[in-house]
Write a protein that binds this ligand. Structure first.
Ligand SMILES: CC(C)(COP(=O)(O)OP(=O)(O)OC[C@H]1O[C@@H](n2cnc3c(N)ncnc32)[C@H](O)[C@@H]1OP(=O)(O)O)[C@@H](O)C(=O)NCCC(=O)NCCS
Length: 381
């Protein structure tokens, strides 16, 4: 098939909503043959990017049949300096039309939209084992393997988790959270300049701080902070879409980084007590902006994670607490409760410079191993 046989255009909700959902049902993203993690976008296929400052969805059409789709969002983040980045997600090509150049054409059209919006770098995340995707981006479109953060997943148990009585946990307001993030995390890779928008989004449930018991009153007073403390924020991903484990490939819709858990979830089927209720649609909390200061702050990170787990226990439909941390944040990983079996220890991020003048700093960026923590934006989960 030649390129001109199919047309790439903007997604039109009225025309395409049902057809995109059908395409999703036809596209399996993971390797499992038997069990699928379905996602219900609650009638809004664009829901994943809707919270980003600028976004687009493109579809590929052939003889009035919708055969491919892709989504992209743009924001300004910290890289070496501030940079405009375009995130690529939701690439799907109908199984009957693969290896005909449709996937690469969709990516190229999205890159053109990025370039028209002065984007410096395009990036995407994929499962390391997704050969088609890695080969398309790396071999065909010259993306470079960049970072391999870990997705840590903790199922919500019926019993509350213990929190040390020596640790005090309290919620801070958006203004204070923004101040702390800008002060302590603004040099973190991919830190979004519009952190205030993230914090004020209705899906952001709040920001919590942990410190030694009694430290709350003094916390941040006159710029003074205790030696050991930690903070994190919580995003209610279930407010955007639900997940469900299903056996039949009547639908094989898998969205988000959580989709990478699928085989591992299957491997867990010997644990029915925990998973049996996951056949019904469920939501999850995503922890973002995990930051800690001081040599003993690891325990505070753990206390905060346990606190969020206990919040999730009483939330409607929330069955998992998920976070994603860069390889540089190894120090904090052991303190984040997770099941190795359900977690993805190497999510692959690939990146490409879209402006020729960025090439030099790009080479520098990709050559240097990660020397700073990574901020994973909850809007891109
Ligand atoms: C990944 C996907 C979008 C590729 O779409 P596509 O239209 O088949 O891709 P293209 O025809 O443009 O392929 C371009 C190149 O990608 C690579 N590629 C694509 N499919 C491949 C496969 N199954 N195995 C190995 N390489 C593959 C090849 O290098 C190919 O070039 P070639 O055909 O000249 O050898 C499609 O397989 C798909 O929808 N998969 C399920 C959803 C998914 O995994 N999405 C990616 C999430 S990040």
């Amino acid at each position: 098939m030649a390129f001109e046989d199919f047309k790439v255009r903007r997604y039109d909700g009225d025309l395409d909503r049902a057809r995109v959902e059908l395409l999703e049902r036809r596209c399996e993203v993971g390797p499992s043959q038997h069990v699928f993690l379905f996602s219900d976008t609650m009638g809004d296929p664009i829901s994943r990017i809707r919270n980003s400052p600028l976004y687009i969805m493109l579809v590929a059409e052939l003889d009035h049949e919708l055969i491919g789709a892709i989504q992209g969002s743009i924001k300004v983040v910290t890289m070496k300096d501030l940079a405009k980045v375009g995130y690529i997600l939701g690439l799907r090509v109908s199984p009957l039309h693969r290896r005909k150049g449709i996937g690469s054409s969709l990516v190229k059209h999205l890159e053109e939209w990025f370039i028209g919006n002065q984007v410096d770098y395009a990036y995407m995340a994929t499962e390391k084992e997704n050969n088609a995707s890695v080969s398309l981006f790396v071999n065909k479109l010259h993306y470079v393997k960049f970072r391999t953060p870990a997705i840590l997943v903790h199922p919500v148990r019926s019993q509350p988790l213990k929190i040390s009585s020596k640790i005090e946990i309290f919620k801070i307001n958006e203004e204070k959270a923004e101040y702390l993030y800008r002060r302590y995390m603004s040099l973190t890779e991919f830190f979004p300049v519009d952190i205030d928008k993230v914090l004020s989004n209705k899906l952001s449930l709040g920001t919590w701080v942990a410190c030694d018991q009694g430290g709350r009153d003094q916390f941040g007073q006159n710029g003074h902070f205790p030696t050991n403390w930690a903070m994190l924020s919580v995003w209610d991903s279930g407010g955007l879409f639900k997940l469900r484990i299903g056996k039949a490939p009547a639908s094989c819709l898998m969205y988000s980084k959580v989709s990478k858990l699928i085989d591992k979830v299957f491997a867990c089927f010997s644990m029915p007590s925990l998973l049996c209720n996951m056949f019904e649609p469920f939501g999850f909390y995503f922890l973002y902006g995990v930051h800690h200061e001081g040599p003993l702050s690891g325990n505070m990170v753990r206390a905060l994670c346990n606190y969020v787990h206990n919040m999730a226990r009483v939330a409607v439909d929330c069955k998992m607490v998920v976070t994603e941390v860069g390889s540089y944040d190894e120090r904090v990983r052991p303190h984040i409760p997770h099941w190795r079996l359900l977690s993805c220890l190497e999510d692959l991020w690939c990146i490409k410079a879209l402006k020729s003048e960025e090439r030099e700093s790009f080479n520098e960026l990709t050559r240097i191993p990660q020397t700073r923590p990574l901020f994973v934006d909850p809007r891109e989960v």
